[in-house]
Design a protein around this ligand. Structure first.
Ligand SMILES: [Zn+2]
Length: 118
């Protein structure tokens, strides 16, 4: 590393330094992330086995939803299936094999659905 000073293009103005790298504004003026409308999404539904006992879970993947919407949808599906579940890495996991029920509920909400995996 040389000690030669770089051409300093940033001022020390704090508002400038806090500017959002995406929109260049402070405060940030980026549009809030929005969920893609259900009709424009295809939810991939996969059955997986978890843990030693091989407990089945139904995983709903590829949803383009904000964390809040994802959580709300997960809650709805848990209620419809009468089972537990969780949100993991942007996917909804529902305990048990509920692929048919979940596909039905998602389709009612306007999503396209696709079964993937085994
Ligand atoms: Zn921004």
């Amino acid at each position: 590393m040389s000690n030669k000073k770089r051409n300093v293009v940033y001022s020390t103005d704090s508002a400038f330094e806090k500017r959002c790298p995406r929109c260049g504004s402070y405060p940030c003026r980026c549009p809030k992330p929005k969920s893609v409308p259900p009709a424009e999404q295809t939810a991939c539904i996969r059955r997986e086995k978890k843990g030693r006992g091989g407990k089945q879970v139904t995983v709903i993947m590829e949803l383009q939803l904000t964390p809040d919407d994802l959580k709300a949808l997960g809650k709805t599906l848990k209620q419809k299936c009468g089972t537990g579940g969780a949100i993991k890495e942007g996917n909804i996991e529902i305990q048990g094999d509920h692929r048919e029920k979940i596909a039905e509920e998602l389709q009612k909400l306007g999503y396209k659905t696709k079964f993937v995996g085994g």
